[in-house]
Design a protein around this ligand. Structure first.
Ligand SMILES: Nc1ncnc2c1ncn2[C@@H]1O[C@H](COP(=O)(O)OP(=O)(O)OP(=O)(O)O)[C@@H](O)[C@H]1O
Length: 957
């Protein structure tokens, strides 16, 4: 039976008479939809989502079913050869002032010693070009023949000069011939003007082509997203198409001069744009029968794991499709540190190609020109919670597909947080982890309040266990229960749960087994399990995958007239599975086999959330995980993870979350990460601006590709003259030559000028403490101007859940003052009078707040009330919501002599988690804690936990 109680206020019935009602808010039940009976008789209603089939995937690589390196010609870069006949070459770029010959030579040597095949050096003017001659000579003298690449922007004359010294010239088509552009929008309505500009490019570029040809120098035509010429922008916009067209203008000139020793790049700081641009470039090369190699890179990817993650997603995805002949992992770290991740990615590409990772051919309809999230895989759209209770016209097919778990009648825990609509993170937990629950909670990204985990955005959504603690392992079970109570669900294989039942667990079955059981009559969940998930290994038949086909289950009571109350429907699939864990079987290529699964899901319009599940052998380094795994992980690994294997799927919108399994050493990673000056700057900027919502700041050592590199950023912090910084707003430089030491302050001024500044909340400043204990951090937020010597706690929950009993015992044990708001309202007349309709007193929230203000400022109060949203947030250090089993609650309320209607409505309120949601809506993450209060043992445990918490609470300094 599906309960459909309206999301109400906390206006549930109060024990005894008179009843209290919140002013201006209806009593629960007054306008609510009645409980609806299940309507299996009506049968499932299949909703077809009309979707046009897309065109077959255009050819952009040798095979979409198998990694096969795209055949490319050999480009000679001094002694290094680049192309499909050769291994993938590793590149990096110096960060020194090119005019400082000594420093640059030393840095090139460090890069070469670290394994760089090719090193790029920025050459802004003739003075740098002159230094290049000396750099080349010095390196030859010291027996370093590493080919050097001159990075040229805006200066054709400089390019000509440096071609004498360096083995390769990189030009940016966006600024080679156009001079320093203003980025004003220019409309080339007159085609002759467009043609005239092209002619000018030919004039300026041809001498360089001729020189490179005569000296056998190589060239890279390196387009960057965000630094296209105004002319290209006016025709194509800042798009992958514009990037490709821009590069081809220059390539045509090379080819007209019978010069072919060149390659292309299509970098962007956004890996999705970058992948699309390279795919389009490769596609157009196939169309033209061209075979020029590709240099891959995500520009200004950033530092640390984030930078590696972005690079791995972009570069790794393309390597999985056999694209890429030379690569650079662009990090804001010293260049030699780029080589290791670069080499790891190159090795991954090599292995995939040599071992021909792939699956049997299948028909594919992926749209490689456009990024879009797989339809429906994401689950409910934002705003779902409220829309769930709205009514839609009958028979209308909703344009959203909701597949996140639903709450059902009889559930004793809230299953909705099992997944997160913005992408889910799951962690694997072993029984031994339960021996140190606090350490485990922290690793899962939960905040802790004296042993109690608090779930927030950084916490793993659910955990997967291959073994669960035995029923007599009280401590292990308690550790899991505490996670379940805060909405971190426990998933385990069905056979494990069958042998060792765990209440409210999610049973996971192989899809093939579940589908076959379904066909044979129905899937039986093991005892205690509340939901089903499936393991998908990529080898399933279309028929098995079809068992996941979504449908609307009509749960009864729907009005057949003009409106259909959607709360009476449940969006599910035949199996009733809540998610699929996709882990490809050994021997199957993850990328290709997963593509087949997603293709099948798309074709069958299956919107089940799919979580990528990837396992690394013990001892894998964090870099292995970052570069191969994919997507951001928080919690267990306490940092961002990224990668090729999953990134290659995510760039196509395939996947809704990630679970990574590996026991690794954090220390390994940290040791290999050394931070240079630029990183310190980045850290400083991030520390001071990281709290600003939605403000992106590009931090760059120097402006190599033109300000358009900051296409995705709101502000730019860019190295200019030595020791000086230029600040940008969007693509426009607004402050120049600011001394390094003042630049961060000036950046903040600039952000303020543009109205994007926001003071950091005390809580955020106290981030460290937030990790150490949510309550302490909360105290700081709450207590601005209000120093309490003892904590305030709100104990809330549906009537009968045990608030008063708990509060009385905790008050007795700790000395906190117990304030029962119901009693207070009556004794101090804090109401606006009697409501005849509802036969109750109407609580005056203002009066209640006024009456409590001084007491709360003093601190040490235990407030006991069945509502929570009208108290000022700053009052409480901890908000405890008690919950009880529906049957237990029913019995307790019946014992009080409540009418059946009152009992029913209160129990509905409990089923719908009305108070929990109200508390979560009203108080910050980490403050609200849900505790079960059905049994005497739970009451005892809750008293103990709260007492312990109150005793260890300390005022903030
Ligand atoms: N965890 C528990 N185990 C056993 N009995 C409990 C538990 N919690 C509460 N009870 C019993 O349930 C009844 C209701 O408890 P209590 O009055 O504390 O609830 P309440 O949430 O304060 O209700 P109200 O909001 O109406 O004041 C009492 O008889 C109490 O002893």
């Amino acid at each position: 039976m599906q309960c459909t109680a309206t999301h109400s206020s906390s206006s549930v019935f109060q024990r005894g008479e008179p009843l209290l009602q919140r002013r201006g808010r209806p009593m629960l039940g007054a306008r609510q939809a009645p409980v609806r009976a299940a309507a299996e008789t009506e049968g499932p209603m299949i909703v077809t989502q009309k979707k046009e089939l897309k065109l077959l995937t255009p050819k952009y690589c040798e095979s979409i079913h198998q990694t096969r390196r795209r055949p490319t010609r050999t480009v000679d870069i001094g002694p290094v050869k680049v192309g499909s006949e050769h291994r993938i070459a590793l590149q990096t770029m110096t960060t020194t002032d090119t005019r400082d010959v000594e420093a640059t030579v030393e840095q090139v040597k460090r890069c070469a010693d670290a394994g760089a095949d090719i090193v790029r050096i920025t050459v802004q003017s003739k003075r740098e070009a002159e230094a290049c001659m000396r750099i080349r000579e010095r390196l030859f003298k010291d027996k370093y023949d590493t080919p050097l690449v001159a990075d040229i922007h805006f200066q054709p004359a400089v390019a000509l000069m440096v071609a004498d010294a360096f083995e390769k010239i990189r030009i940016n088509p966006g600024n080679f011939a156009d001079g320093r552009k203003t980025f004003d929008e220019i409309n080339y309505d007159d085609p002759s003007e467009f043609a005239a500009e092209r002619e000018y490019i030919r004039e300026v570029f041809t001498p360089l082509v001729e020189k490179c040809k005569s000296l056998n120098r190589a060239m890279r035509i390196g387009t960057n997203h965000g630094s296209l010429s105004a002319r290209i922008l006016s025709f194509y916009g800042d798009t992958p198409r514009g990037m490709v067209e821009s590069a081809f203008e220059f390539a045509d000139i090379c080819r007209d001069n019978d010069y072919h020793n060149f390659l292309f790049s299509m970098k962007a700081s956004n890996p999705l744009v970058m992948v699309q641009a390279y795919r389009l470039l490769a596609e157009e090369q196939y169309n033209r029968n061209w075979d020029y190699p590709l240099h891959l890179g995500v520009t200004e990817a950033g530092e640390g794991e984030d930078g590696r993650m972005k690079s791995a997603i972009g570069i790794g995805s393309l390597l999985m499709d056999g694209l890429g002949d030379t690569i650079r992992v662009s990090l804001t770290e010293d260049p030699e540190y780029e080589i290791n991740p670069c080499g790891r990615l190159a090795n991954l590409g090599k292995k995939a190609d040599e071992e021909k990772w792939g699956v049997e051919a299948f028909e594919e309809h992926r749209d490689t020109h456009l990024f879009s999230r797989r339809q429906g895989g994401r689950g409910r759209v934002a705003g779902w919670r409220s829309s769930w209770f709205l009514s839609w016209p009958a028979g209308r097919v909703h344009d959203w597909v909701g597949t996140l778990p639903e709450q059902r009648e009889g559930d004793t825990v809230d299953y909705r947080p099992l997944l997160h609509r913005d992408g889910s993170v799951l962690a694997v937990v072993y029984p031994s982890d339960l021996e140190q629950p606090e350490l485990m909670y922290r690793r899962l990204g939960a905040k802790l309040v004296v042993g109690m985990p608090f779930k927030d955005i950084a916490t793993a959504d659910s955990i997967l266990m291959y073994q669960v603690p035995a029923s007599d392992d009280v401590a292990g079970r308690r550790a899991l229960r505490r996670l379940q109570e805060v909405g971190v669900h426990v998933m385990a294989p069905a056979e494990v749960l069958a042998a060792n039942p765990l209440p409210d667990a999610v049973a996971v079955m192989q899809l093939a087994v579940a589908a076959s059981a379904h066909r044979a009559g129905g899937v039986q969940l093991p005892e205690g399990a509340g939901r089903l998930a499936v393991f998908i290994d990529g080898s399933e038949s279309a028929e098995d995958l079809a068992a996941l086909k979504a449908c609307w289950l009509m749960l009864g009571g729907c009005r057949s007239g003009a409106e259909l109350t959607c709360a009476a429907c449940m969006y599910t699939n035949d199996l009733g599975a809540v998610m699929g864990l996709l882990k490809t079987a050994p021997g199957l290529s993850r990328v290709h086999a997963s593509r087949r699964v997603f293709e099948q899901l798309q074709q069958q319009e299956i919107s089940l959330p799919i979580i990528h599940h990837i396992t690394f052998p013990d001892g894998s380094s964090r870099d292995d995980i970052v570069l191969q795994a994919g997507e951001r992980l928080v919690g267990w690994w306490a940092g961002g993870l990224a990668g090729s294997m999953v990134g290659a799927l995510m760039v196509d919108g395939y996947g809704d979350g990630l679970v990574v399994e590996c026991a690794t050493e954090d220390g390994d990673y940290l040791r290999t990460t050394a931070f240079g000056l630029l990183q310190e700057v980045t850290d400083q900027i991030r520390t001071r601006t990281g709290h600003l919502p939605g403000v992106s700041i590009a931090v760059m050592g120097c402006i190599v590709n033109g300000p358009g590199e900051m296409a995705d950023a709101d502000f730019g912090y860019v190295g200019g003259a030595p020791g000086k910084i230029d600040l940008y707003v969007g693509k426009e430089v607004v402050r120049r030559n600011i001394p390094n030491e003042d630049a961060c302050d000036q950046l903040i001024d600039l952000i303020k000028e543009h109205g994007r500044w926001q003071e950091m909340e005390v809580e955020e400043e106290e981030g460290e403490q937030a990790l150490a204990g949510a309550a302490t951090a909360r105290q700081k937020t709450c207590d601005i101007g209000m120093a309490r010597s003892a904590p305030n706690v709100l104990v809330t929950g549906t009537p009968g859940t045990g608030k008063t009993s708990l509060s009385e015992q905790v008050a007795a044990a700790t000395g906190l003052k117990h304030l029962n708001i119901g009693d207070l309202v009556k004794s101090q007349q804090l109401h606006t009078g009697w409501d005849d309709e509802f036969e109750c007193l109407v609580i005056d929230e203002d009066k209640v707040c006024d009456a409590l203000e001084d007491l709360m400022a003093e601190g040490g109060c235990l407030v006991d009330y069945h509502g929570c949203d009208f108290f000022p947030e700053r009052w409480f250090d901890l908000v405890v919501v008690l919950q009880a089993d529906n049957t237990v609650l029913w019995e307790r309320l019946e014992k009080r002599g409540y009418s059946e209607r009152k009992v029913q409505e209160n129990v509905q309120c409990e089923i719908m988690h009305v108070i929990v949601e109200e508390a979560r809506d009203s108080y910050g993450e980490g403050v609200v804690h849900v505790l079960q209060s059905s049994t005497a043992e739970e009451m005892e445990e809750n008293v103990e936990r709260l007492t312990q918490w109150a005793r260890s609470w300390r005022p903030s300094s």
